[in-house]
Design a protein around this ligand. Structure first.
Ligand code: ZN
Length: 142
């Protein structure tokens, strides 16, 4: 059986491509060990491509989120994840509740700001009013 030649994919013009690690050509050397070493050195000089919503700390990615109240972007662990369950805003302390979440500083001032800005329906992509009384009570207690 003859195999049909694969249809050629049209190459897209690669415009506005950021220089990545792969863009650096490997130096051609006879010794594979030396070649590898040189390649490693070249790689080290190039910082990894920064990703949105992440901060690099000691070579590890730290997830960042924006507070829906004060709009400050900070490390995810500083914020409280909130989930809307049947129209009620519920704090998700363990980050395990399903559905779209919103992040907020555990601060009544940020909650007030978020409510004034009507940030919750937007963050949860829900229309209509959401009940934040339970959350307010939770935040008021130290
Ligand atoms: Zn805040």
């Amino acid at each position: 059986m003859r195999r049909r030649p694969r249809p050629r994919l049209r190459k897209r013009p690669r415009a506005a491509v950021r220089p990545t690690r792969r863009a650096i050509p490997r130096p051609k050397l006879r010794s594979p060990a030396k070649q590898d070493q040189l390649h490693q050195e070249t790689m080290r000089q190039v910082p990894p491509t920064p990703r949105r919503g992440r901060l690099m700390s000691r070579g590890r990615a730290v997830p960042l989120r924006t507070c829906v109240g004060c709009r400050v972007c900070t490390v995810k662990s500083d914020l409280l994840r909130l989930v809307a369950v049947e129209g009620v805003i519920v704090p998700d302390h363990h980050g395990r509740l399903p559905g779209r979440g919103a992040h907020l500083h555990p601060d009544p001032a940020c909650l007030e700001l978020a409510e004034r800005r009507r940030a919750f329906p937007r963050a949860f992509r829900l229309s209509g009013s959401l009940d934040a009384s339970m959350l307010r009570e939770r935040l008021a207690r130290p």
